[in-house]
Design a protein around this ligand. Sequence first.
Ligand SMILES: [Zn+2]
Length: 141
Amino acid sequence: MAKHYKIQSIRIHQSYEVSELSDLLICTQQTVRAWIRDGLPVLSARRPILILGFELRKYLKDRDANAKRPTALGEFYCMRCRKPQKPFGMLVDYIPINESKGRLAALCSVCETTCSRFASKDSLPELSQIFEIVIAAMKQD
Ligand SMILES: [Zn+2]
């Protein structure tokens, strides 16, 4: 679950250093650096690097919007893309956990990272109208 920051306290016409943002938003500097690695634009021509208020607002708003967006039946949440994606070729493996439920595994159609989610066995007929499902053997242990 994504943490919600006080976006309103960020002034759009101001630029901030990483340490200023961690004070303003009450988060660690590592959090701010993680956003930068994740794609938050910065002014890196001089040190310390500066983050523009409006870029940060946009970044945090997009991030919240993605977090709130429900995953549609035909999609998997991709941890690398950080949003729901269609499975590669709509190919999905169903790996039973017990008699009534299992795990659906697929590759993200964009970045080919393995994505998975839980599914009940009862939902397989419905899911197989969307996906090409291969049912794996239940693990015997
Ligand atoms: Zn992906």
